[in-house]
Write a protein that binds this ligand. Structure first.
Ligand code: FCB
Length: 467
């Protein structure tokens, strides 16, 4: 892209940057958000089918029944990816397509779909990056307690092996879970995501059983020969509003424990932090964490996926009710967004991504990192000429890529970047009201149109950098 810059101020244009050789350029999606075909080829119901049908839970009663109809249009979508020059595509497998009841019989037609998708990607030279769980838990498992039940972790390890047996000859990178923070705390804490439970004790049980599910699956996948084993977290880049105020600093420590260290520490250090264990014990009997669990969770990782959108700032505020998705956070207030925000009302602060990456690199050294999601919701659709001029999304991604480059310059071992999302899709509780795609989807006609951001991203990939 040649940009003609007319500057009225003395602001120099940002300098061009180049990423390391072999840096992975990708885009990401998730099964329930794009596939549709909710009742086809033997797929069983998931917690999101149930939740989206529960009045008042999802914007305007939207569901993933049809979504982007990717289940039928995957070849067209892979052709779009090839046109953009993507090196990798991160997608998730819908557990209820593979085991409609969560355990037991395997639905071969479900596996067939991911087999076709994998072959299509490979035929176009695109590396398939599989996520085994991006939130669509089989409903039958939820009926037995969902992630608050330890047996779900064991069921997950079995399911992971089934998928690996079918795709393992062609898929190198296996991500167990996407954002267990959301599954645990939005699913069982605030209840704004499926299954919509509000119970702080169950939220912590879920967090632990998700960790355990990862550990059991990672070990099973490794012994079955999987090459790259990964998990994707969405760390909260939390900072005290007033770093000089010890009460604010302590508030940030607590949120960091509940949001981040409860996952990072057992995964990468083999131990829950003592302040987090004390916090859990103040809320519920912690005996669901059994001897030996932390060692299972601490399975070797080849790459750690990081999803990042927005920073958080907290302060101590006696009497504040706290946030249900940070159980036990009474007396802590989150600062409302300051400055520019996206359509999600999420504050835009690229420098906080650099801070997050350097912190992970410092506190948990030795594991290569990958940005497995980053992007922004903006509403722009096709104008009269049919083009989608989404300049703000370009600016958002450009600034965050520069933040990644800054982290690389500080020595962070960052291996790649996946834009969220390849295309507009079902944005969970927001339904189709929020558009994260670099490709626009018309949900009436299912027509896909490259937004300007997609064309810009194609140039970033081609150049392996920014102008
Ligand atoms: C992440 C999810 C992804 C999408 C983006 C906006 O938390 O992993 O599915 O909803 O947020």
């Amino acid at each position: 892209m040649t940009a003609t810059v007319t500057t009225t101020s003395a602001q120099p244009a940002p300098a061009g940057i180049t990423f390391p050789d072999g840096f992975v350029w990708g885009a990401a999606t998730a099964s329930y958000q794009i596939e549709g075909a909710a009742r086809e080829d033997g797929r069983g119901p998931s917690i999101w089918d149930t939740f989206s049908r529960t009045p008042g839970k999802v914007h305007a009663g939207h569901t993933g029944d049809v979504a982007c109809d990717h289940y039928h249009r995957y070849a067209e979508d892979v052709a779009l990816m090839a046109d953009l020059g993507l090196g990798a595509y991160r997608f998730s497998v819908a557990w209820p397509r593979i085991q409609p009841d969560g355990t037991g019989p395997v639905n071969v037609r479900g596996l067939d779909f991911y087999d076709r998708l994998t072959d299509e990607l490979l035929a176009k030279g695109i590396n398939p990056v599989v996520t085994l769980y991006h939130w669509d838990l089989p409903q039958t498992l939820e009926d037995r307690g969902g992630w608050a039940n330890r047996e779900t972790a064991e069921a997950f390890a079995e399911y992971a092996q089934i998928v690996h047996r079918r795709l393992g000859d062609r898929v190198a990178t296996w991500t167990t879970l996407n954002e267990p923070w959301c599954s645990a705390y939005l699913g069982y804490g605030s209840g704004i995501h499926a299954p919509g439970v509000q119970d702080p004790a169950k939220a912590f049980q879920a967090a632990h059983h998700l960790n355990l599910a990862h550990g059991l699956a990672a070990r099973a996948l490794r012994s079955a020969g999987a090459q790259n084993i990964s998990i994707t977290l969405n760390p909260c880049q939390v900072a005290p509003l007033d770093p000089a105020n010890p009460a604010d600093v302590d508030a940030a420590r607590l949120i960091d424990g509940v949001a981040n260290r409860i996952f990072f520490d057992p995964l990468l250090l083999g131990k829950y932090p003592s302040d987090v264990l004390e916090h859990i014990a103040r809320i519920t009997d912690p005996s669901f964490i059994r001897d030996g669990d932390e060692a299972i969770i601490n399975a070797p990782l080849d790459v750690l996926g990081i999803n990042f959108y927005t920073p958080s700032y907290v302060r101590a505020l006696p009497g504040a009710p706290g946030a249900l998705d940070y159980p036990g956070s009474q007396g802590i207030a989150f600062r409302p967004p300051v400055g520019p925000v996206t359509d999600m009302n999420w504050q835009i602060e690229p420098a906080s991504l650099t801070r997050l990456l350097t912190r992970i690199h410092r506190d948990y050294p030795g594991t290569p990192l990958m940005i497995t999601e980053n992007g922004a919701a903006y509403p722009e659709g096709p104008g009269e000429n049919g083009e989608v001029q989404d300049l703000r999304r370009i600016e958002y991604i450009d600034a965050h890529l520069r933040a990644c480059h800054d982290a690389l310059a500080e020595g962070v071992d960052l291996r790649g970047y996946f834009a969220w999302s390849l295309m507009d899709n079902f944005e969970w509780a927001e339904g189709y009201a929020k558009r994260f795609g670099i490709v626009h989807v018309d949900y009436t006609t299912q027509q896909r149109v490259l937004k300007d951001s997609a064309k810009w991203y194609r140039e970033v990939i081609r150049r392996n950098g920014l102008e």
